[in-house]
Design a protein. Structure first.
Length: 86
């Protein structure tokens, strides 16, 4: 995600690596000590069955680590395989 402005990805759609629509980016978290971006905060697509398998925070959002981003085009593609709840 180098050289990508935050304002350009807020609202961007997010899909899993297997093509399932997860939702859209509502915010991004950052570690203030290191300056590193931490998580994508995603407004979930409530129609997706995958959403039921992902951890939802107290505000109803999904937080996916930035390290899970695999591609950025007109939407983001993330690997959620390792964060799906069993």
């Amino acid at each position: 995600m180098s050289n990508l402005f935050v304002q350009n990805i807020i609202g961007m759609d997010v899909s899993s690596t297997n093509g399932i629509a997860i939702g859209s980016i509502s915010s991004i978290t950052m570690n203030f000590k290191t300056g590193q971006l931490s998580n994508l905060v995603i407004e979930p697509n409530r129609d997706s069955k995958t959403i039921e398998q992902l951890p939802i925070d107290e505000s109803g959002h999904i937080q996916i680590p930035i390290t899970k981003v695999k591609a950025v085009n007109d939407h983001l593609i993330v690997n959620v395989d390792t964060i799906i709840k069993n």
